[in-house]
Design a protein around this ligand. Structure first.
Ligand SMILES: NC(=O)c1ccc[n+]([C@@H]2O[C@H](COP(=O)([O-])OP(=O)(O)OC[C@H]3O[C@@H](n4cnc5c(N)ncnc54)[C@H](O)[C@@H]3O)[C@@H](O)[C@H]2O)c1
Ligand SMILES: O=C(O)[C@H](O)COP(=O)(O)O
Length: 525
């Protein structure tokens, strides 16, 4: 039974779903990294929010880990390259808390416009400072949106409802989508110059880090109010404080900080500064949404191989998974076969699907071919890290589809280009489930690829099969199945035998010494 650790505070629905799906679950929150390292080795899944930092050190100790599920959006607390290298799927729940976070941004915009936190503190202190708190209306003001994705799009919708004008800076926003959102797409400098309010909704990347730098803050309108519900690090906090102190910036509301938890920060106590402790996603509704989603997604993966919202591997829905499963087994076997039969470096590997196979999601099949191929070189490869490892090894990976059926209703062909030229193997599914090899380097064969096998290329001549059978029998090797193919009568022939155990090096040498043998190799699947 798979075992999952929930290491951050999560709605109880998550644990309930894991149990209902037959997964053992432990909820152990608030642990130090060292404490997590001590226990992580026993878990197949790790469910987190933003508190647990999944570092290289934690991953190194996570010897059984198959999936990390982030109940939320941002995955900057997960070392994704390290997880990928280790073959661990990382998934998030990209939409579960978007509305809630967008509403928090709008709430902070109102808080700044009417100085709600300071007015509240003053009133409850018995001061009744009616003349101190003069606000501004939102209607007809310009909101500058930096990042117009899921959350940015919802913020725009709500701001338009408040009769604001919305300008957006997002290099990946298409003109059509901008029209759909009802926002004006602008360059960053124009946004800085025009916006009365600025709200940030981008991930933290090398391009967005300090997007509101001292230089860019200086380009903003006098009195601008700034909201950040996305990630700490998007704004230069020292420059923000200087801008608030000088009065150039009329207000700033941060839900996120460079250093979290933000127990102390130079911005604290600055007039017109409002803060919340990373509460963007903290509503009952959002937490139920992300807990259910993450538990369903992780359970799908652990129990049936379905992959949804993964950041480091192609998606594979729970409905698709059963249909693709035999194809992935075929793909992995074909990849393994070419890996075992190919020596030297591979310049290119092409995966060609024909007929019914071409109608399916290709990415998982491609990953399975690569995993099968690379497993002959390293035993730490799996579907997740195979594309990465192939890239590191300088392999070009090509994907070709032909929906028209050829000789078979469905076919997968794997071709590799080496210094010696291009060679390919092809396989089909019998009865839509049983993987069968049907072509080996241009020769038609029909074979199961399973267990130990012996591959022999020889000159087609009478008596050869008898001599080989006698040799194996004398060596005590039992033959399970025997598959034969040849280019032409008397030409090159291929033999694929399934055998009960691997040949000893000595027996293999004797096979190679038989008259007419060009190549003989042991294979394993
Ligand atoms: N405060 C919270 O509790 C909370 C809650 C949820 C999400 N978030 C954070 O909010 C952020 C946005 O989430 P989302 O769901 O809208 O993500 P998203 O991926 O849907 O949108 C991000 C947008 O940023 C844009 N972008 C990327 N690079 C950019 C750049 N250099 N300049 C301008 N725009 C750029 C992208 O094109 C995309 O449209 C994430 O970082 C997420 O972690 C915070
Ligand atoms: O990226 C997110 O989803 C938010 O930052 C929410 O983080 P949390 O789950 O720790 O509240």
């Amino acid at each position: 039974m798979p075992k999952v650790l929930i290491s951050d505070k999560m709605d109880p629905k998550a644990a309930q779903i894991f149990r209902e799906r037959g997964i053992e679950v432990d909820e152990i929150t608030g642990k130090t990294p060292e404490e997590v390292i001590a226990i992580i080795g026993q878990y197949d899944g790790l469910a987190i929010r933003s508190s647990t930092k999944v570092t290289k050190a934690i991953l190194a100790a996570a010897t059984n880990l198959k999936v990390i599920g982030r109940a939320g959006i941002g995955v900057d607390n997960v070392d994704i390259p390290a997880a990928s290298a280790q073959g661990v799927v990382v998934m998030n729940t990209p939409f579960g808390n978007s509305i809630t976070t967008a509403e928090h941004a709008i709430a902070l915009m109102f808080a700044l416009a009417r100085q709600l936190p300071e007015a509240d503190a003053s009133t409850q202190a018995g001061k009744w400072e009616k003349n101190r708190f003069m606000g501004v209306e939102l209607t007809a003001k310009t909101l500058g949106l930096i990042g117009a994705g899921n959350i940015g799009g919802i913020v725009a919708d709500r701001a338009l409802g408040l009769r604001m004008k919305v300008v957006a800076y997002d290099p990946f926003l298409s003109p059509e989508r901008a029209v759909e959102l009802g926002v004006e797409k602008v360059e960053l400098d124009e946004l800085l110059a025009r916006a009365d309010f600025i709200t940030l909704h981008t991930p933290l990347t090398d391009q967005t880090r300090n997007i509101l730098s001292a230089e860019n803050l200086a380009k903003t309108k006098q009195g601008v109010r700034i909201i950040n519900c996305a990630r700490g690090g998007l704004i230069d906090e020292a420059a923000l404080k200087a801008g608030l102190d000088s009065g150039h910036i009329g207000g700033a509301a941060l839900d996120v900080f460079v250093e979290e938890p933000a127990k102390s920060n130079p911005l604290f106590g600055t007039p017109n500064f409002v803060s919340t402790p990373h509460l963007g996603a903290s509503t009952d509704e959002a937490q139920v949404n992300v807990a259910i989603q993450v538990a369903e997604q992780m359970s799908d993966y652990l129990m049936s191989g379905g992959i949804t919202n993964a950041l480091n591997v192609p998606s594979l829905s729970a409905e698709e998974a059963p249909r693709l499963k035999p194809y992935m087994a075929l793909a992995e076997k074909l990849g393994s076969l070419v890996g075992q039969l190919t020596t030297g470096s591979i310049g290119r590997i092409s995966i060609h699907s024909e007929g019914a196979a071409a109608e399916l999601n290709q990415k998982p099949m491609v990953s399975a071919v690569l995993a099968g191929f690379l497993r002959t070189q390293t035993d730490t490869v799996n579907m997740v890290n195979a594309p990465l490892l192939a890239k590191e090894r300088g392999m070009e990976v090509r994907e070709v589809r032909t929906e028209r059926e050829g000789d078979y209703h469905t076919l997968l062909r794997v071709s590799v280009k080496t210094d010696a030229g291009e060679r390919s193997v092809a396989g089909t599914l019998f009865g839509d489930a049983a993987p069968r090899l049907v072509e080996l380097f241009g020769i038609k064969v029909e074979a199961d690829l399973a267990g130990h096998m012996l591959y022999v290329v020889n000159e087609d001549a009478p008596g050869f099969i008898g001599r080989l059978g006698t040799l194996l029998g004398t060596g005590g090797v039992n033959i399970g199945t025997f598959h034969l193919g040849r280019r032409s009568a008397g030409g090159e022939a291929v033999l694929l035998l399934s055998i009960d155990e691997a040949l000893t090096p000595d027996l293999l040498a004797q096979v190679r010494a038989l008259a007419g043998v060009k190549t003989a190799m042991g294979l394993a699947f």
